[in-house]
Every structure is written in structure tokens, then in C-alpha cells.
Design a protein around this ligand. Structure first.
Ligand SMILES: CC(C)(COP(=O)(O)OP(=O)(O)OC[C@H]1O[C@@H](n2cnc3c(N)ncnc32)[C@H](O)[C@@H]1OP(=O)(O)O)[C@@H](O)C(=O)NCCC(=O)NCCS
Length: 178
């Protein structure tokens, strides 16, 4: 899907070829890549270009990805959906210069509104590595609940890492007091 969402402070838009440098700059940071399952470290410009080539037009809802584009600052991070073993998964990252401004709470919230309107999926899955208190805080604040623990390969760490598994149901999201 090629969708653009507007939040009070920024735009969530499809990734584009010109994003490669910014993506590589922010993901080539162990503080970011080390919290993500599928991002290698070091992360090269060629990795960003290869990933951008996968962002073909009209991907299904469950494979849609949004670039967080801040006015005057440009690309700051991503929120994306992909298919997992139990159902769709949401993942996200923000470049370190943009942390602690409430940006990801705002971005994920807008993406959840879009996701539950655009799909019929009853449940969205996510989770965090066990040390990622900020990301867990975002998810709990938005209505995700912990469903258990697992281990997940973290490419940047080259190791299996304890993972707190979470999920958000459509009914909880719709009933949320916004
Ligand atoms: C995790 C990440 C997405 C947070 O983005 P952000 O825009 O700074 O997050 P927000 O400001 O919207 O919200 C963070 C929340 O965590 C809280 N928080 C921050 N550090 C915390 C900590 N050490 N312990 C507990 N809560 C913490 C903040 O207080 C805030 O909650 P509040 O709004 O209720 O006060 C960002 O740091 C990031 O991308 N990190 C690297 C990649 C990553 O971890 N991705 C997620 C993988 S699951």
C-alpha cells in the first residue's frame, strides 16, 4: 500500500530511494540496531539500498512500511508491518537524535489506527528485547499486553536474545480512550 498518514507533528509516508543515506546513518548505530531483530551491524549504505529495493508499490497491508518524516528534519525512523508465525507484526525504530520527544508513541498510534481500519486482522503482534524499557513502555501505553517470553535472533548482536512477546487486539485498540 502506498499510503501517507498525517499526525499532529509529522508525516508518515512510503519509503523512497532518496532515503538511503538517512536510513544508513541512523541504523549504523548499535543503540538502534542492537534493539532490532533483523538489522545487521555495522549497517552499510548498500544495506539501505537493498532494503529500499524491496519496497515495491502496492504491498499488502501486512507488509506496509512508513517513513517518519519530520518537518525541517527529514527522515527520522520507520514503522513497519510484516508477517510472522502467528499473524502480522509491527516493528519500529527511530534515529537516536530524535529519541525522547514522544515521536514513536505518536507514529505507532497513527499506524495502529490505519492498520485496524485497513485490515480485518483481529490481532497484531510485537514485542521487545528484555532490556528495551522505552519500547515496552510505548507498547503498554498503547494497549499491548505481554503474552510470554521467547528468544529471538538479534542479527546485530549475532545472538539469541530473550524477547518479551506482546499483542494488541482490535477490540482493545478500538475501545481505547483516546
Ligand atoms: C524505543 C524507541 C522507539 C523510543 O522512541 P521515542 O520516540 O523516544 O519514544 P517515546 O518518546 O514516544 O516514548 C518512550 C516512552 O518510554 C519511556 N521510557 C524511556 N526510557 C525508559 C526507561 N529506561 N524505562 C522506562 N520507560 C522509559 C518514556 O518515558 C516514554 O513514555 P512516556 O511518554 O509515558 O513518558 C527509540 O528509542 C528507538 O527507536 N530505539 C532503537 C530501536 C528500538 O528499540 N526499536 C523498538 C524495537 S522493539
Amino acid at each position: 500500500m502506498n499510503v501517507t498518514l498525517r499526525t499532529p507533528r509529522f508525516v508518515l509516508r512510503p519509503a523512497q530511494t532518496g532515503d538511503a543515506e538517512a536510513i544508513a546513518r541512523y541504523l549504523n548505530d548499535f543503540a538502534v540496531a542492537g534493539n532490532l531483530a533483523r538489522v545487521p551491524f555495522p549497517y552499510h549504505l548498500s544495506d539501505a539500498k537493498a532494503w529500499l529495493r524491496t519496497r515495491v508499490p502496492n504491498l499488502p497491508v501486512e507488509e506496509t512500511n512508513f517513513s517518519i518524516d519530520l518537518p525541517g528534519e527529514g527522515l527520522a525512523g520507520h514503522v513497519g508491518f510484516h508477517r510472522g508465525p502467528l499473524g502480522p507484526i509491527i516493528g519500529y525504530w527511530l534515529g537516536q537524535p530524535f529519541w525522547n520527544r514522544g515521536i514513536m508513541t505518536e507514529a505507532v498510534s497513527a499506524c495502529l489506527d490505519w492498520f485496524f481500519a485497513a485490515s480485518t486482522e483481529p490481532t497484531l503482534y510485537s514485542g521487545v528485547f528484555h532490556f528495551n524499557a522505552a519500547s515496552l513502555a510505548i507498547q503498554l501505553k498503547l494497549g499491548f499486553t505481554e503474552t510470554g517470553r521467547s528468544t529471538l535472533l538479534c542479527l546485530a548482536r549475532g545472538a539469541e536474545v530473550e524477547h518479551i512477546d506482546t499483542k494488541l487486539t482490535r477490540s482493545v485498540w478500538k475501545a481505547r480512550d483516546k
